[in-house]
Design a protein around this ligand. Structure first.
Ligand code: NAG
Ligand code: NAG
Ligand code: NAG
Ligand code: NAG
Ligand code: NAG
Ligand code: NAG
Length: 471
């Protein structure tokens, strides 16, 4: 009798432990582990080995408190998992996966990265972090596209001019079957599908210098969206994004202070002097597709040993402050530096054949910091020379631009020839290898393909939404 009493006691205790004590302890431990301290040191050989996470505190109330806590001095030690929505839990899992990838194989020679040769990895700041983050994006990221509004100002955009990136992204996302979700409760980000370029075309009065119709449109649009749905107010716009390639994108987004200060703005005109904030905004490349497709001349990569008799090439209008200086210094000065406002009339060479025949392609800013030249230089493997001020280069949170381009300050323009002549053949070969590797990240496909420009833009938005700066 005594014996069976003990057995019963042990059984009961065991039962209690299994069903109450262990799960509770496990629950608390796992809650804490999700909210571990913000930084840790990875063992990889990335240049800056501090992996920084910034904390996103989901705002549950609509009281307008800024939800994007960019740098909390110390993260909350304990938040019960229950307080997190499934969407936030997804993001926490993705952050943890990226963190693991960085600490385990923060090492470029990791085996699971889908690449063909080691040289290709040089173009990434941290290949393990990027490929993990990208695959987490493909697996988890869901974007809700507001259905409000009609073409041409919303759900449409230019696809056959220098603002093609805007139209193509808006249309491609509208057509996406995988990343786009119709169920906003599953969405990690909300897209505002209006087109600034279309507003300029249809509601701006030419030469009026009056942006107010555009401001009104955006204010009204946000009013509609924030009254019809709870999502904008919930985060003060912080999990929302807009995209514009038009020069005026940055100004027009001032129409709403939350859009400007809190939302993710994906912009071609990524000029830090015009309020571009690299921590929350996304720089996107300007791609000029006059016919909607890449011109035949630059569609396929040039053969490896293309003869490039000219040192450098530029042709373009005297827009903005930098180009007049460049032309004043170099137009008709030196046969090695082909610097023109207009292509020479007596030459049978096209703009793109000049790019194919030059080692370097000069990419000075015009009216806005971005230029479609940069992408055309990438296509023609003519090493881009960025001459700009305050330009945050596209995808620079994952790509190492100095592996496939040069940067020359405006003050050094008079020394351009000297600087470019110093670059050795091996150095140029390395940079061209980088250009071949990044080409896929700057190409639009129909339909969109993995790692193309559409997915790279989405990935940049994903990183902002994760609130993570990759090492
Ligand atoms: C890494 O980044 C942090 C934050 O930007 C900076 O303070 C630190 O100096 C950097 N370390 C190196 C080695 O560059
Ligand atoms: C990277 O991985 C390789 C092979 O696994 C190893 O030999 C090397 O020591 C690692 N480097 C670092 C910095 O961890
Ligand atoms: C969001 O806030 C605005 C302004 O405070 C308000 O007019 C609107 O009704 C709110 N939206 C919702 C869905 O409650
Ligand atoms: C952004 O926030 C700053 C500081 O809160 C404010 O002064 C500024 O007016 C806001 N910008 C816009 C365009 O609303
Ligand atoms: C331009 O003409 C020259 C001869 O005058 C020829 O050698 C060259 O191939 C031509 N270039 C192109 C792009 O047609
Ligand atoms: C960047 O913004 C500043 C401030 O508005 C402006 O002076 C400068 O011209 C802009 N740069 C370009 C290339 O647009």
């Amino acid at each position: 009798m005594e014996g069976s009493h003990w057995v019963k006691w042990i059984k009961t205790t065991f039962f209690l432990c299994c069903f109450f004590l262990f799960p509770t302890v496990f629950y608390f431990l796992s809650s804490i582990s999700v909210h571990r301290p913000v930084s840790f040191i990875n063992s990889g050989n990335a240049p800056n080995s501090t992996f920084r996470l910034r904390w996103w505190i989901p705002s549950v109330s609509g009281d307008g408190t800024p939800p994007l806590a960019l740098t909390l001095p110390s993260p909350p030690r304990f938040i019960p998992k229950k307080a997190m929505s499934s969407v936030e839990r997804d993001l926490a899992r993705a952050r943890a996966a990226i963190r693991r990838a960085v600490s385990q194989k923060g090492n470029a020679s990791s085996s699971s990265t889908p690449v063909t040769g080691d040289e290709y990895l040089n173009v990434y700041r941290n290949p393990a972090a990027f490929f993990r983050s990208y695959s987490e994006m493909k697996k988890r990221f869901r974007v809700y596209v507001y259905e409000e509004g009609e073409a041409p100002l919303v759900h449409d955009g230019p696809c056959k001019n220098i603002y093609t990136t805007e139209g193509r992204f808006i249309q491609d996302l509208d057509m996406m079957r995988t990343i786009r979700t119709r169920d906003p409760s599953l969405a990690h980000a909300f897209f505002l599908p209006f087109s600034v370029s279309m507003m300029v075309k249809f509601i701006y009065v030419p030469d009026s210098h009056d942006h107010s119709p555009l401001h009104r449109f955006i204010s009204d649009y946000l009013h509609v969206v924030s009254s019809n749905h709870p999502f904008w107010n919930r985060s003060a716009g912080a999990d929302h994004f807009m995209l514009s390639c038009h020069d005026w994108g940055p100004y027009v987004s001032r129409a709403n202070s939350e859009l400007y200060n809190k939302s993710i703005r994906a912009l071609c005109n990524a000029n830090t002097s015009e309020g571009f904030n690299p921590r929350k905004d996304v720089s996107i490349p300007e791609i000029h597709l006059l016919t909607g497709e890449i011109p035949v001349e630059i569609r396929s990569p040039p053969p490896p040993n293309t003869h490039r008799p000219f040192l450098a090439f530029f042709a373009g209008g005297l827009h903005g402050p930098i180009r007049p200086f460049l032309l004043q210094q170099w137009q008709d000065r030196d046969p090695d530096l082909r610097v023109y406002q207009y292509l020479p009339k007596n030459s049978n060479m096209s703009y793109h054949s000049f790019m194919h025949k030059s080692k370097f392609c000069l990419c000075p800013s015009g009216w806005e910091v971005a230029s479609p030249r940069v992408v055309e230089a990438i296509y023609t493997e003519c090493i881009p020379v960025i001459i700009s001020e305050g330009y945050v280069l596209p995808f620079s949170d994952v790509l190492k631009w100095d592996e496939f381009s040069l940067t020359v300050s405006v003050a050094d323009v008079p020394r351009l020839k000297e600087l470019l002549s110093r670059v050795t053949d091996e150095e140029m070969e390395r940079l061209r290898g980088g250009l071949r590797a990044v080409r896929r990240h700057f190409v639009f496909n129909q339909p969109a393909k993995s790692f193309d420009v559409f997915h790279m833009i989405l990935h940049s938005v994903w990183l902002r939404r994760l609130n993570v700066k990759l090492p």
